[in-house]
Design a protein around this ligand. Structure first.
Ligand code: NAP
Length: 260
């Protein structure tokens, strides 16, 4: 029996992976795990990802910190140019940058609605499109993983977050649409829909009021939130050659939250 069978199956050796929003939270863990599987990492964020770069380099990996706003076409194009200049290829994209507001429909301004849709949906669209342009022009085989949410499938309670829910439902269907559009271009496009994950977005009292946390707790079938690491097996698989026949899929990782 070949000893390294599993390693070979999920290896990302020789591949370059772009992760948006990789400076903290889920994105930082995704960067670290993809690097551990052999990928060289590029990170897009607005405020920098120095801590993630240090973390990856301390484990012997390669990472590139690029200031790029996912909602800005020219900023994303410049980011792609930087990746090509430094690494000379692009194989994987994990579209992870996102924001969430807890405001009801009358409380939220139209500007806040637009900002949420702009970052979570349009931003992922721009990054997918500009990455696909690079992949197609250079004949690279590509895999894209768009981070959606269980909120794209259900309406979370008790908080109101119509813009977030709509944006994530949009990500799931955009993913399926692009998967079909690029099916003959050797680019696979899938999404991952996490349930609540323990990151600042979901546990930091600056973002989430303690009363809300207390209201959520009895709703977790597994009595806890996910750890960011628990999303990474599926993401690594989708990025690897072992998922060669998987495109247009959405994988729910929600500890059965949406089952009940
Ligand atoms: P987070 O800690 O708030 O991190 C979000 C990241 O996105 C930050 O690094 C931020 O960096 C970056 N970002 C935001 N806007 C950007 C833009 N326009 N261009 C480039 N980067 C941008 O969030 P998280 O909890 O790790 O969530 C990551 C993803 O998982 C999001 O898509 C979220 O919707 C999804 N998700 C989270 C949960 C959860 O419970 N945490 C559950 C389901 C799905 P800068 O501010 O420096 O740009």
């Amino acid at each position: 029996m070949k000893k390294n069978y599993l390693q070979d199956l999920f290896s990302l050796e020789g591949k370059v992976a772009l992760v948006t929003g990789g400076g903290r939270g889920i994105g930082q863990v995704i960067c670290r795990e993809l690097a551990r599987c052999g990928a060289d990492i590029a990170i897009f964020s607005r405020s920098g990802a120095g801590e993630t770069v240090k973390l990856i380099e301390s484990e012997g990996g390669k990472a590139l910190d690029i200031i790029a706003d996912a909602t800005d076409e020219s900023s994303v194009r410049k980011g792609m140019e930087k990746i090509m200049e430094v690494y000379g290829r692009l194989d994987i994209v994990v579209n992870n940058a996102g924001v969430c507001y807890h405001k009801d429909a009358f409380e939220a301004t139209v500007e806040e609605w637009r900002e949420c849709l702009d970052i979570n949906l349009t931003g992922e669209y721009i990054v997918c499109r500009e990455a696909a342009r690079v992949m197609i022009e250079n004949n690279f085989k590509g895999s894209m993983v768009n981070i959606a949410s269980m909120s794209g499938h259900i309406v979370n309670v008790p908080q109101c977050q119509a813009a977030y829910n709509a944006s994530k439902a949009g990500v799931i269907h955009m993913t399926k649409s692009l998967a079909i559009e690029w099916i003959d271009k050797n680019i696979r496009v899938n999404s991952v829909s996490p349930g609540y994950v323990a990151t600042p977005m979901s546990v930091d009292p600056d973002f989430v009021e303690p009363e809300l946390m207390a209201a959520w707790q009895p709703m977790f079938p597994m009595h806890r939130m996910a750890k960011p690491e628990e999303l990474c097996g599926a993401i690594i698989w989708l990025c690897s050659e072992s998922a060669g026949y998987t495109t247009g899929a959405d994988i729910l990782i929600d500890g059965a939250y949406t089952v009940l």
